[in-house]
Write a protein that binds this ligand. Structure first.
Ligand SMILES: [Ca+2]
Length: 330
């Protein structure tokens, strides 16, 4: 069987690390490249964190490239309160050899797409800046990819005649991947392609007990599981304060792994809709967001798939099975 060719575009924080592991462990996946983007941390740290994760998984063969360090137009924002200043829970872990600034990740993506037209599954688990930059050079990029799976959007609007903002679900949600570079998100939404958006309205329902990872790390001693527990102490603290659980159980988000599951195991997507995506603004903060809205009569905007619901237990089984698998992973 030919391996599935994947490019991972990541602002490597804690949940990105887990997502990268799921792909690095899969024998049916060939990771052509990992490209960094700012977001959870600086682009420079995102690249080095991805390198560190892959080295920990025994996958030093997978190349990491430096992508976009700043948004297309807007001012740079990062997420240090959740993933730590270094994206790795302030552990200060660095790879033996840092990722070079050249060649540029966006150029690498364009070249890989030329070499493997129609064969690449692109997974964007940070702001969509690299995709937007690549679209500037290759407007048909999304049609030259086999698929594009993105962590972003506040989801599909429920009502046809109401501003998404009138829906309370949207007012309580946050979507840094889109908000940190709204122009990039808008550019991606404006292009035709096999595009799947899987946003925080789905992923935030998937809170996993911290003990799930601690138990696997302790019982197996596997390095990847151990890395997750090392970098997630503060991260689990953030989630546990934001989403208090019965008995004060500590939990953490696995957002980016939901997108990996959507890509590798589409049977775990239990509901999705095809929608044009549109930006709208939070009147209180001025932040801009992206939502799937109802198509109008004679709709001309591209329709992308917006995931509505997933089989969380199935995703968790996939994660547990992967982290329990001893190295080497190939
Ligand atoms: Ca991410």
């Amino acid at each position: 069987m030919t391996k599935r060719k994947v490019i991972i575009d990541t602002d490597t924080g804690v949940d990105d690390a887990l997502a990268i592991m799921l792909l690095a462990a899969d024998p049916d996946v060939e990771i052509l490249a990992v490209v960094s983007v700012f977001g959870n941390c600086t682009g420079e740290r995102a690249a080095d964190n991805a390198r560190y994760v892959l080295d920990t998984c025994g996958r030093s063969d997978v190349p990491v490239y430096r992508g976009s360090d700043v948004p297309v137009k807007q001012e740079l924002r990062l997420n240090p309160g959740i993933h730590g200043e270094d994206g790795f829970g302030n552990t200060g872990l660095r790879p033996e050899i840092s990722v070079a600034t050249e060649p540029s990740g966006v150029d690498v993506v364009l070249e890989l797409v030329r070499q493997h037209d129609g064969e690449i599954d692109y997974l964007a688990i940070g702001p969509q800046t690299n995709l937007a930059r690549a679209l500037e050079s290759e407007p048909d990029l999304l049609q030259k990819l086999r698929s594009t799976t993105i962590v972003g959007t506040l989801g599909p609007a429920l009502y046809r005649d109401t501003e998404p903002w009138a829906d309370r679900r949207f007012r309580v949600s946050r979507d840094p991947n889109v908000t940190f570079d709204i122009d990039a998100a808008e550019a991606v939404a404006a292009h035709e392609g096999d595009v799947t958006w899987c946003g925080p309205y789905v992923t935030r329902q998937a809170l996993v007990p911290e003990n799930f990872f601690l138990e696997i790390a302790e019982s197996t001693g596997n390095a990847p599981a151990d890395l997750i527990t090392k970098i997630s102490a503060d991260y689990a603290g953030f989630y546990s304060r934001s989403y208090p659980q019965p008995g004060d159980e500590r939990v953490m988000g696995i957002n980016d792994s939901m997108a990996v599951a959507a890509l590798l195991r589409p049977d775990l997507i239990t509901a999705s809709v095809q929608r044009p995506l549109q930006t709208f603004q939070d009147p209180a903060t001025g932040d801009r967001y992206l939502a799937g809205v109802h198509p109008v009569k004679d709709e001309t905007r591209p329709l992308h798939r917006v995931v509505v619901d997933m089989n969380f237990d199935g995703v968790l089984d996939m994660i547990g099975e992967t982290l329990r698998r001893p190295l080497p992973w190939r």
